[in-house]
Design a binder for this molecule. Structure first.
Ligand SMILES: [Zn+2]
Length: 445
C-alpha cells in the first residue's frame, strides 16, 4: 500500500513539474530571443547579469547567471522568480560583528539595518555562526533576521507582510573558492505547488490519556509564574542524509532556531539548542526512519539520553521525505507522557506545498515545538483550554495563519496566536497556553 501511495505522489509531482516546465518555456521564449547572447538555463531568473539582484548588499554582492540544471534542482518550483548571488562573506561578517551599519537593497531601494546579535545559541557561535535580529531603520512593520556562517548568509527581511528571503543552494560557487551559491526571492514570487496537507496528525491533544500525569502538570502550571523567563534546552539532532545533502545544514539549523526564538522569547522562553550529530549514521541506517520518524528518533535518543545531555526536549531535523501521518512534522504533545519531550520536523522537500526552504522548515519546527508546550490547532476538540487556538488574520487582501494552524500554508506566519486583537483574541491565544506550560517543560530535565 505504501509503495503504491509513494508512486502516486511521485507521479503527481512529475506531472506538475512537467506542467511547470511547459509553462516556463512558453513564457520564456520572448525573453530568450530578446537576449540572444544568453543561451538560457536560468529558467526562472528574468534579470541579466548587469542588473542588480532583488536583495543585495551593494558591492558585497555578485550576481550569477548559471547555466546549470543542478542549481535549478535545488530551488523549489514554487519560487517562480529568483536571483542567484554570491556574497562577500568575510566583509559582511566583519560589518555585522563590528556592529557597523550595513545597507541592504530590496527591489532597488536602500535600507539601513538596525541589528543586534542574539547570543542564545552559544554552540552555533562557537562554530562561527552568528545570528542577528532587528529592523530596517525608520521603516514601520519591518523585521530582519540574519544568520551569517563561514560560507553562507541566510536571512528573512519583512516589510509590511512582504517577505524577502536569502537562501542557500548548498552548492559551491564555481568562480570563488569559499563562497556558496545563494538565491534571493520574495514572497511575491511564490506560487504554491502540490496539495495542501495537514502539518501533522495531532490527535493526541486530549487530557484523558493519563489523568494522573495531567493532574500533576496542572498543579505545576498553577505554581509557575507566567511572567518568568525560562530556559528550555533542546537537543537538536539530524541524520547523515541532511548533512550530506546540505553541507551548510548547521547554518540552516541555527537560523531555524533563531526564527523560533524570535516569538518564543517574547513569551519568556529561551530555546537553547544542543546540537548532536553523534547518532546521525544510526538514524540514517534505520529503515523505520522514513515511516515512523518520531518514534525512531526516540529509540536512539531515549529520555535517559536527553537527561544525560541536560536537554528538556529532543528535536529531530530529518533529512528524509518521511511518510509518517503523511505530514511534515510530528510531536508527542504535552499530554502524552511517553512522547511529550519529542518533536520531529522534515527538512526534505515534500510532494505537498511544503518546500525545503528556511521559512517552511521554521514554520514546521516552531509548530512542533509549540505542541510540546501544549499549543493547539485552530480546531482541537479535545482541548479543555478554550482559548488555546490558532488564528487566521486578513492583511493586504490575503489571509495569514498563525504558526499552529493545522494545515501547512505558504502564508503561515512565524507567530503564535495572541490576545492582542491582531494575531488573535481572547478565544485564540496559543501564547497564553505557552506561558502557562513553559515552567513544566523547562523542568523536564
Ligand atoms: Zn500540529
Amino acid at each position: 500500500m505504501e509503495v503504491g501511495y509513494m508512486k502516486g505522489k511521485t507521479g503527481l509531482r512529475a506531472f506538475s513539474m512537467l506542467l511547470a516546465v511547459m509553462l516556463v518555456s512558453v513564457v520564456l521564449v520572448p525573453v530568450v530571443s530578446a537576449s540572444a547572447s544568453n543561451s538560457g538555463g536560468e529558467q526562472m531568473s528574468n534579470r541579466s547579469v548587469s542588473e542588480k539582484a532583488l536583495v543585495h548588499f551593494g558591492d558585497l554582492t555578485e550576481m550569477r547567471i548559471v547555466d546549470e540544471r543542478a542549481v535549478n534542482v535545488k530551488i523549489p518550483f514554487s519560487i517562480k522568480n529568483y536571483d542567484l548571488v554570491v556574497f562577500d562573506l568575510p566583509k559582511i561578517r566583519e560589518y555585522l560583528l563590528h556592529g557597523d551599519q550595513l545597507t541592504v537593497y530590496l527591489e532597488g531601494q536602500p535600507y539601513t539595518m538596525d541589528l543586534q546579535e542574539t547570543t542564545i545559541d552559544t554552540e552555533a557561535i562557537a562554530k562561527g555562526i552568528h545570528s542577528f535580529t532587528g529592523s530596517l531603520a525608520g521603516v514601520e512593520d519591518s523585521q530582519v533576521l540574519l544568520t551569517v556562517g563561514n560560507k553562507v548568509l541566510l536571512g528573512r527581511i519583512v516589510i509590511d507582510y512582504t517577505e524577502y528571503f536569502i537562501e542557500s543552494t548548498s552548492m559551491q560557487d564555481s568562480k570563488s573558492s569559499s563562497a556558496f551559491l545563494q538565491y534571493v526571492y520574495s514572497s511575491k514570487d511564490i506560487v504554491p505547488e502540490g496539495d495542501t496537507i495537514p502539518i501533522d496528525s495531532h490527535l493526541l491533544s486530549t487530557h484523558a490519556i493519563d489523568e494522573k500525569a495531567y493532574a500533576l502538570k496542572k498543579m505545576l502550571e498553577e505554581q509557575a509564574d507566567p511572567r518568568a523567563t525560562v530556559t528550555v534546552r533542546v537537543l537538536v539532532a539530524t541524520d547523515s542524509k541532511w548533512m550530506t545533502d546540505e553541507p551548510d545544514w548547521q547554518d540552516t539549523a541555527a537560523a531555524i532556531i533563531q526564527y523560533c526564538n524570535y516569538d518564543f522569547n517574547t513569551l519568556g522562553v529561551n530555546i537553547v539548542p544542543i546540537y548532536d550529530t553523534s547518532k546521525a549514521q544510526q538514524l540514517s541506517s534505520d529503515p523505520q526512519i522514513i515511516n515512523s520518524s518520531l518514534s525512531t528518533f526516540k529509540k536512539y535518543f531515549p529520555e535517559s539520553y536527553l537527561n544525560s545531555k541536560s536537554a528538556d526536549l529532543g528535536l529531530y531535523l530529518g533529512g528524509y521525505d518521511s511518510i509518517e501521518f503523511e505530514g511534515v512534522g510530528s510531536s508527542g504533545g504535552y499530554d502524552f507522557p511517553s512522547l511529550c519531550r519529542y518533536a520531529w520536523a522534515q527538512m526534505a522537500d515534500d510532494p505537498s506545498t511544503y518546500d525545503a526552504v528556511l521559512k517552511d522548515r521554521a514554520v514546521v519546527t516552531m509548530h512542533e515545538l509549540g505542541h510540546a508546550f501544549d499549543a493547539a490547532h485552530e480546531y482541537a476538540p479535545n482541548q479543555t483550554e478554550t482559548y488555546n487556538r490558532a488564528y487566521q488574520f486578513y492583511e493586504h487582501n490575503r489571509y495569514y495563519q498563525t504558526v499552529m494552524w493545522g494545515c501547512f500554508m505558504k502564508t503561515a506566519w512565524l507567530q503564535f496566536s495572541a490576545t492582542d486583537g491582531f494575531y488573535g483574541d481572547a478565544n485564540h491565544d496559543n501564547s497564553r497556553r505557552i506561558t502557562e506550560t513553559k515552567g513544566v517543560v523547562a523542568s523536564y530535565c
